[in-house]
Design a protein around this ligand. Structure first.
Ligand SMILES: Cc1cc2nc3c(=O)[nH]c(=O)nc-3n(C[C@H](O)[C@H](O)[C@H](O)COP(=O)(O)OP(=O)(O)OC[C@H]3O[C@@H](n4cnc5c(N)ncnc54)[C@H](O)[C@@H]3O)c2cc1C
Length: 393
C-alpha cells in the first residue's frame, strides 16, 4: 500500500479507536495492561484500546499474519509508530512475550510451538516471565544450576530462580535449566517453557527499594515438564538465551521510562520557574538540563540510525548492549536532575500532594535499570570486546 494511503488509514484508525485517556503517558502501575489468564482491565477505555489493536494484530505489528500478527512491512511499522507517537497513544499491551520470547520462538521455535504460543502472546492471553537469574548466576549467567533431569518424555526440574519480574502474576516462564553438567558450562543449558500452574512451582515476592514488589524468587520442586517444551535443541539453550538477551536489551533501551523523551526542561520549568529572560531560574541546573537534553537528542538520533540499519537487514547484535547501557545511564541522570529540580519536595515518599512519592520512588527504580537485563559493567565489557574490538587479557 502506498505510504500516504497507509498513513491516512492509520491516523483514521487511531483517532477512532484510541480513547483520549489512552493518549497520555502511564501515570501508575495499573495503567499498563499486561494481559494473562487472570487479567482484568482497569477501565473500559483500556479494554477497548487493547481490543482494537489486538484485532488488527497491531500489538505485534511486525509478526507474521499467519500467527495473528500485523504482518506490516518495516516502512509501515515506522508509520504506525510515528502516528501513535504523534497522538501520544500508549502501548496497548506490555509483554515479555512480545519483547523477548516471541522473537526467540520466531527464530528457534518449531512450527508447532509458534502456532501454540504466538497467537496467545499477540492476544494477551498468556503472560510470560523470565527465569534466567539464580542466586549464584547473574552476570555469570552460564553458571545456572537449576537441574532438569530426563525422565522419559519429560524433565524433572528442581532449583531456584531469583529476581523473576512479575513471576507471581505470570502464567508461564521461559527458563534456563541445566541438562548436562559434564562439560563447559555454556554447553548443557536448555531453554525450557514451564507453566507456572504445574505442580511444584512456587513464588515469593521480593521488595524493592522503591517500596514495590514487582519481582520474586521462583522455586521448582520436582516439576514435571514435557520435553516438547524445549525451544531449540537440548543442551543448546545458550544460543537461544543470548539471542533473547539482545531483544531484551533493545526493549529496555526503548522502555526504561515511558516518559524518557519528554524534555527534562518541561519538568525543570514547572519545578523552578523561569527568569526574566525566559531561562531556567538556576544557572547550574540550566546547564545540566541542557547537557542532558543534548545527550538525549544524540541518543535518539543514534537509535534512529540503528533502526534504519536494522531495516536494511543488519542484525542488532552487540549494539543492543550499547543501547541498553546508554538508555539506562541517561534515565538515571534524568531522575538525579529531577530530584535536584524539585528540592525537598522530591524527598516525599507518600501523600497526595507529592503524587505518592512518584519522583523519589522512580528515582530509586532507575537504579535497577543498570542491573536488569545485564549490568552496565557487563554491557561495557561486551561493547569493548564486540564493538570496539579491544583486546581481552
Ligand atoms: C529491576 C530488575 C528486574 C529483573 N528482572 C529479572 C527477570 O525478570 N528475570 C531474571 O532472570 N533476572 C532478572 N533480573 C536480574 C538481573 O538480570 C541480574 O540482577 C543481573 O544480571 C546481575 O546479576 P546479579 O544480580 O547476580 O549481580 P552480579 O552478577 O553478582 O554482579 C554484582 C556486581 O559485579 C559486577 N560484575 C559482575 N561480573 C562482572 C564482570 N565480568 N566485569 C565487571 N563487573 C562485573 C556487576 O556489574 C555488579 O555491579 C532483574 C534485575 C533487576 C534489578
Amino acid at each position: 500500500m502506498a505510504s500516504d494511503t497507509f498513513r491516512a488509514e492509520v491516523k483514521e484508525f487511531l483517532l477512532a479507536n484510541c480513547p483520549e485517556s489512552m493518549r497520555v503517558p502511564f501515570q501508575e502501575e495499573g495503567d499498563a495492561y499486561w494481559g494473562g489468564r487472570n487479567a482484568t482491565f482497569k477501565n473500559a477505555d483500556q479494554e477497548s484500546w487493547f481490543k482494537a489493536m489486538a484485532a488488527r494484530g497491531w500489538t505485534t505489528p511486525t509478526w507474521p499474519k499467519k500467527y495473528g500478527g500485523g504482518g506490516l512491512s518495516k516502512e509501515e511499522v515506522k508509520i504506525l509508530k510515528q502516528e501513535m507517537s504523534a497522538l501520544g497513544c500508549r502501548p496497548p499491551l506490555m509483554s515479555f512475550g512480545i519483547w523477548m520470547l516471541g522473537p526467540a520462538l520466531l527464530q528457534f521455535g518449531t512450527e508447532e510451538q509458534r502456532e501454540q504460543y504466538l497467537p496467545d502472546i499477540i492476544q494477551g492471553k498468556i503472560r510470560w516471565c523470565q527465569g534466567y537469574s539464580e542466586p549464584g548466576a547473574g552476570s555469570d549467567l552460564a553458571g545456572i544450576q537449576t537441574l532438569a533431569l530426563s525422565s522419559g518424555d519429560e524433565y524433572v526440574v528442581t532449583g531456584q530462580k531469583v529476581w523473576t519480574s512479575y513471576a507471581d502474576a505470570a502464567d508461564m516462564i521461559f527458563a534456563l535449566v541445566r541438562t548436562d553438567n559434564s562439560g563447559k558450562k555454556q554447553v548443557g543449558i536448555t531453554f525450557l517453557l514451564i507453566d507456572m500452574a504445574f505442580e511444584g512451582v512456587s513464588t515469593r515476592p521480593i521488595k524493592l527499594i522503591s517500596g514495590k514488589s514487582p519481582f520474586c524468587e521462583t522455586f521448582f520442586d520436582n516439576v514435571r515438564v514435557p520435553k516438547a517444551n524445549v525451544v531449540g535443541e537440548e543442551n543448546a539453550g545458550w544460543t537461544v538465551a543470548k539471542f533473547l538477551l539482545t531483544h531484551e536489551r533493545s526493549a529496555i533501551s526503548g522502555a526504561v521510562d515511558g516518559d524518557m523523551m519528554t524534555p527534562l526542561s518541561k519538568y525543570a520549568k514547572e519545578a523552578i520557574g523561569l527568569n526574566e529572560h525566559g531561562q531556567l531560574n538556576d544557572s547550574v541546573v540550566r546547564a545540566q538540563v541542557a547537557e542532558w537534553e543534548i545527550d538525549g537528542a544524540g541518543f535518539k538520533m543514534t537509535l534512529d540510525r540503528i533502526n534504519e540499519e536494522m531495516k536494511a537487514g543488519q542484525s542488532i547484535g552487540a549494539r543492543s548492549s550499547f543501547m541498553k547501557y546508554y538508555a539506562s545511564e541517561l534515565n538515571k541522570r534524568k531522575y538525579e536532575l529531577r530530584l535536584d529540580c524539585e528540592g525537598q519536595k522530591a524527598l516525599a515518599w507518600e501523600g497526595d500532594k507529592y503524587h505518592d512519592g512518584k519522583i523519589a520512588r522512580q528515582f530509586c527504580r532507575t537504579k535497577g535499570n543498570s542491573i536488569e537485563g545485564g549490568t552496565s559493567e557487563v554491557q561495557l565489557n561486551i561493547i569493548s570486546k564486540h564493538i570496539l574490538g579491544l583486546p581481552t587479557k
